[in-house]
Design a protein around this ligand. Structure first.
Ligand code: NAP
Length: 293
């Protein structure tokens, strides 16, 4: 298929590369020039990349970035044609997604929201999980592209529901990680080492994918970004915003969001969200580490 891929960040670049490897004709664009993907053409604007594409795929930071790529100067909108499909793999607001979809559909182009989970490694190994909102037939037609980049595909319903599902997934990841980080901090303060506690966690019902993924990084004290704290913070704010729109109260999430706020004030926004642990450590006067640190 002819695909325009817009946004070559941590996620977008390997995703575009997987499409090239699967034999698709890919044209890429990134706001800051200089990023490229082997085997893909480079365009100088979203509008140019989208010219003649069957599918326009986006992976950019946030709601504003998607709006600007679609409708800003030299945006995708001027190249939209009947029969094309726009797919958004960024994590953004569900309600904004519905508005964007309405404006895009006015041009005869379909719109699918398909945020992902699986982090940098999932993008690099083409094992992402997609949470999809959009028309079932359109989603079926996109399957060769989804399969080139991922392993699991969950259609959550109509447009916007992929984003809704993504926000509630990240809500859980942040709260589970917060529980894990608080447990490690208190355990360390009480004299139980992380290396001693981890086999107990993993051998009990407390075990989780979040712990599986994050524990090796924490015991090495490697807070380099797999999923940057600033992006998780953005998602938590989006979840709170969606909750407010729906008149839902989320007290646990409100507290955890404040921790992300303080971690940002401490200058950790470009580290992995696992670095929220360092704030708890600072308050407790301890450092969690394993023998491998
Ligand atoms: P990233 O590395 O920070 O890349 C962000 C991309 O968005 C860059 O290409 C950036 O362009 C572009 N961008 C930002 N603002 C823009 C604007 N106003 N107009 C046009 N382009 C703009 O982020 P990422 O980790 O790839 O994440 C991309 C999306 O996937 C985010 O919504 C994130 O929440 C979601 N996500 C990330 C992960 C993860 O583990 N990293 C996992 C699941 C979902 P420049 O190069 O010019 O800055």
């Amino acid at each position: 298929m002819q695909v325009a891929f817009l946004g070559l960040g941590i996620m977008g670049r390997p995703m575009a590369s997987s499409l090239v490897k699967a034999g698709h004709q890919v044209t890429v664009w990134n706001r800051t020039p200089g990023k490229e993907v082997d085997g893909a053409h480079i365009a100088s604007s979203p509008a140019e990349a989208a010219q003649g594409a069957e599918v326009v795929w986006m992976s950019v930071s946030d709601t504003k970035a998607v709006e600007s790529v679609l409708f800003g100067p030299q945006g995708v909108e001027s190249s939209l044609q009947e029969g094309m499909t726009v797919v958004d793999s960024s994590t953004i607001s569900p309600s904004a997604t519905r508005k964007f979809a309405e404006r895009v559909r006015a041009r005869g182009t379909d719109y699918v929201d398909a945020p992902v989970t699986g982090s940098k490694t999932g993008a690099e190994n083409a094992t992402l999980t997609f949470m999809i909102g959009g028309d079932e037939n359109t989603v079926q037609k996109l399957m060769p592209l989804f399969s080139a980049m991922g392993k699991q595909f969950f259609r959550m319903g109509e447009t916007g529901k992929g984003q809704a599902a993504k926000l509630v997934m990240n809500l859980q990841i942040a709260l589970i990680y917060e529980g894990f980080a608080e447990a490690l901090t208190l355990a360390t303060k009480l004299g139980v080492e992380a290396d001693t506690l981890l086999p107990l966690i993993q051998g009990s019902m407390v075990r989780s994918g979040v712990v599986d993924y994050k524990a090796p990084f924490i015991t090495k004290r490697d807070f380099s970004p797999n999923f940057p704290l600033r992006l998780m913070h953005k998602d938590l704010r989006l979840a709170l915003e969606a909750a407010k729109e729906a008149r839902v109260k989320l007290p646990g999430l409100e507290t955890v969001e404040e921790i992300y706020e303080m971690a940002t004030e401490d200058g950790h926004e470009n580290l992995d969200y696992a670095a929220t642990l360092t704030l708890l450590e600072k308050w407790a006067g301890v450092e969690v580490k394993g023998a491998s640190a």
